[in-house]
Write a protein that binds this ligand. Structure first.
Ligand SMILES: [Zn+2]
Length: 257
């Protein structure tokens, strides 16, 4: 399995990172992809990627919840890290988040647009975060429909119509995490109409731990609970789910092969 979305560099893991990584390996997690938050988290993320080279892979991106009126120069400064040899496998995580605050809607759209252009310029996949902002995010994505843009719509929890809208971007996959195991989740019904070859596994750890760990700190080893649920939804064994979703992940994240 590949955990395509884990914040292993978060404060929550500082105390026992080695044990967390060991449990992930034992659980059958072959690689972990780490989405960045903003310029303040780069050092911690790069430290983890150096300590676990070939296992934990970093991304470069500026998260929408970090966007304010002064974000754009900071975002542009980060782009310099893409010139020359660099360890990043994707642009992420980027997107729109209007759940907490709508003040910087326009700034969020601008920052997203700038980073979509990096993804195209450097031929890297895009890892999208979207919360309470589906139409606003797609307003930005629309002009790129017929480009080479590829990526993952991470933590997908939307409706069937929204899933179809994402899948119209033919090089995008839906990232599915522990939310699919939650009792009231409507995701199992939606996914029944989504081909498994458009899905990648993720944890979003330390957040969104699957049942039976719901509410606790999430970690990559729990990803098997997500795979287990998908095997139930698609009526195939877990090994097949793991093989197909791993293949899907490597198809998107080509630099992590
Ligand atoms: Zn995330």
């Amino acid at each position: 399995m590949i955990d395509t979305h884990s914040h292993l560099f978060a404060e929550e893991f500082v105390e026992d990172l080695a044990a967390v990584v060991e449990r992930a390996r034992l659980a059958g997690v072959a690689k972990v992809f780490m989405p960045n938050i903003d310029d303040s988290t780069l050092k911690a993320m790069l430290d983890v990627s150096k300590a676990y080279r070939g296992y934990c892979y970093p991304m470069l991106g500026f998260h929408p919840t970090s966007v304010d009126a002064e974000a754009l120069p900071r975002v542009r400064e980060m782009k310099k890290l893409l010139s020359g040899v660099h360890p990043f496998i994707a642009i992420g995580e980027v997107g729109m988040d209007l759940y907490w605050d709508k003040t910087y809607l326009k700034e969020q759209q601008k920052v997203l647009d700038v980073q979509i252009q990096w993804a195209l310029e450097y031929r890297m996949p895009l890892v999208l975060h979207c919360r309470d902002a589906f139409p606003e995010l797609f307003q930005v994505m629309e002009p790129y429909r017929h480009t080479e843009l590829s990526g993952v719509f991470h933590s997908f929890t939307g409706t069937l119509e929204e899933a179809e809208q994402v899948l119209e971007f033919s090089r995008f996959a839906l990232g599915v995490n522990g939310v699919v195991t939650f009792k009231k989740s409507t995701l199992p019904q939606v996914l029944a109409a989504v081909p498994l070859d458009r899905i990648v596994l993720e944890t979003d750890s330390p957040y969104l731990a699957p049942v039976p760990f719901r509410g606790k700190r999430n970690e990559s080893s729990y990803i098997s609970k997500v795979a287990e649920k998908l095997s139930e939804i698609y009526g195939i064994d877990m090994e097949q789910v793991n093989r197909i979703t791993t293949r899907n992940a490597l198809k998107v994240f080509k630099m992590a092969e």
